[in-house]
Write a protein that binds this ligand. Structure first.
Ligand SMILES: NC(=O)C1=CN([C@@H]2O[C@H](COP(=O)(O)OP(=O)(O)OC[C@H]3O[C@@H](n4cnc5c(N)ncnc54)[C@H](O)[C@@H]3O)[C@@H](O)[C@H]2O)C=CC1
Ligand SMILES: O=C(O)[C@H]1O[C@H](OP(=O)(O)OP(=O)(O)OC[C@H]2O[C@@H](n3ccc(=O)[nH]c3=O)[C@H](O)[C@@H]2O)[C@H](O)[C@@H](O)[C@@H]1O
Length: 480
């Protein structure tokens, strides 16, 4: 029986390995992590991450050919294929701070693999890493190998949170990069055979190592660039009376452009887009390509602009101050169907509103109060000025309430900000909500989930991203 071990039981390691175990009953899969609470949760009825369909897949294989363990060394030692799916955040200190990927976790995993291995292994980069990381990993493994043969493969993951299981079951493609040597080709074939259990072989792309590593950064940069492009257009739509939904639709109908990933929003979030683009920017700078670096930097700058623009719109619409006013924040996760809040635009929007002394009541169906408090008190790293940390003042947390439903959040509020596109926000009784709010009652839709005209009929003053402005908003222009 082939044995797979995955180091890192996070958003990628957990679901990816669960699907491999589910689709390959002849393979034993062990997911290991240094975090005891995380592994305990994977072994419990309350998995550490919320992902539609995940519970089902885990329940079907856990204890059969899928295991979660903290005994990292034992399972690495026994494995034929070791996936490394540890976190690769942006460095916050030292060389490249604010841009470069922090490979500390990766390096320590590689050193541990070299230390404990007693047989040949294929080591798979699952984490998103800078191009050429495999070369560094190879050096670590080879210098400590005691005669053991390691083959490094790059097999980046393209799943999106909230649809992870769907994406893993039916990936657009699987990408495997390896050394162009007979041993490298053999390792690529071995990994290809794993995926071939359920992915059509023509969708398994095999490349050299550097192309695979760079393709992952490029894919995320292209995706984020589409969002920044449509968000940039949303500002122009508001200035001109065009409707961004109509523009996206018309543009996306061109088959060369396509309709996906053109939804204007309050800004993109998530643990990867910003980090991976910053990483790309750093790599470009290190390779003497400042023009290319600046090009990609703009994607993040527009994202920051969009979040600021939203806050400014809220404040300016409400007579240029939200001081002492209650604002209901509906949605805190970075997108629907996940409880993940990493880099969620809600953090910046809430901090912006608190900066103007608002009182905010937050409701999200999947994010806990503790998590929201951690996020809002965490110092924010300013990637553009790496020496600056922007703390949230301790007093402003007194002005934050985390509540259990949208109605409670909106009661007596002056305004509502929709920051995550949860389906339930489309189905709320807005008449009832309006009845319980201060007047004039404002509705700021950062995700374009509500029917603005219907809301106006109820009596709300409505702002929706990239939509024609009503007279009120035209009279109170926001300064971005
Ligand atoms: N979150 C996502 O949707 C996607 C993430 N990625 C990439 O996958 C990688 C992992 O991301 P996530 O799963 O979101 O991170 P995560 O933070 O959820 O999980 C990483 C796990 O690795 C563990 N870990 C760190 N060092 C370890 C070590 N030496 N030994 C054992 N365990 C160790 C941590 O305790 C943590 O549980 C990142 O490089 C990310 O860029 C790629 C595609 C999608
Ligand atoms: O490397 C990663 O981590 C992953 O990053 C993204 O996945 P994810 O961040 O989970 O979620 P997305 O669906 O891409 O959404 C990211 C952000 O963009 C926003 N978004 C997305 C699409 C859109 O049209 N408009 C928009 O504002 C979302 O609301 C969210 O805040 C990519 O979609 C995955 O392919 C990739 O594997």
């Amino acid at each position: 029986m082939v044995k797979i071990c995955c180091i890192g039981a996070g958003y990628v390691g957990g679901p990816t390995m669960a699907v491999i175990a589910f689709k390959c009953p002849n393979i034993e899969v062990v997911v290991v992590d240094i975090s005891v609470p995380r592994i305990d949760a994977w072994n419990s009825d309350h998995l550490p991450i919320y992902e539609p369909g995940l519970d089902d897949v885990v329940k079907k294989c856990r204890g059969k050919n899928l295991f979660f363990s903290t005994d990292v060394e034992k399972h690495v030692c026994e494995a034929d294929i070791v996936f490394v799916s540890v976190n690769t955040p942006t460095k916050t200190q030292g060389l490249g701070a604010g841009k470069a990927a922090d490979l500390t976790y990766w390096e320590s995993a590689a050193r541990m693999i070299a230390d404990v291995s007693k047989s040949d292994k294929i080591v798979v980069e699952k984490s998103t890493v800078p191009v050429k990381t495999a070369e560094a990993i190879e050096k670590i493994l080879m210098h400590n190998s005691k005669g053991i043969n390691f083959q490094i493969l790059s097999n980046p993951e393209f799943l999106a949170e909230g649809t992870a299981i769907e994406d893993l079951f039916k990936p657009d493609r699987v990408l495997i990069g390896g050394r162009e040597t007979p041993e490298g080709a053999k390792a690529v074939e071995a990994l290809k055979n794993v995926y071939a259990h359920w992915v059509p072989v023509e969708q398994i792309i095999c490349t050299n190592l550097w192309s695979a590593e760079l393709s992952k950064l490029a894919a995320n940069a292209f995706l984020a660039q589409r969002i920044s492009s449509v968000n940039a257009m949303s500002a122009l739509c508001e200035a001109t009376g065009a409707d961004v939904t109509q523009v996206s639709y018309a543009v996306g109908k061109d088959t060369r452009i396509g309709p996906k990933f053109l939804n204007a929003s309050v800004g993109f979030g998530g643990s990867c887009f910003q980090k991976d683009i910053l990483n790309l920017v750093y790599i470009c700078e290190c390779n003497g390509l400042p023009e290319v670096a600046n090009y990609w930097k703009q994607v993040i700058k527009i994202n920051d602009y969009q979040k600021n623009r939203f806050v400014n719109r809220v404040v300016s619409s409400m007579f240029n101050t939200v001081s002492g006013k209650k604002i209901a924040v509906l949605g805190f996760a970075f997108k629907k169907d996940t409880g993940d809040t990493r880099e969620t635009p809600a953090i910046d929007v809430c901090k912006g509103l608190l900066g103007d002394k608002a009182k905010i009541d937050i409701y999200d169906p999947q994010v806990s109060k503790d998590q929201i408090q951690r996020d809002l008190t965490m110092k924010k790293f300013d990637w553009d000025h790496p020496m600056h940390l922007q703390p949230s003042s301790p007093t402003s947390m007194n002005k934050v309430n985390v509540v259990l439903d949208a109605y409670e959040a909106a009661k007596d509020a002056h305004g509502i900000c929709i920051l995550t596109e949860w389906d339930e926000f489309k189905a709320l009784d807005y008449k009832k909500i309006y009845g319980n709010m201060q007047k004039p009652a404002f509705l700021f839709d950062g995700r374009n989930v509500i029917d603005a005209d219907k809301m106006r009929e109820i009596g709300f003053i409505v702002y929706a991203i990239g939509k024609p402005l009503d007279q009120w908003l035209k009279d109170m222009p926001a300064v971005a």
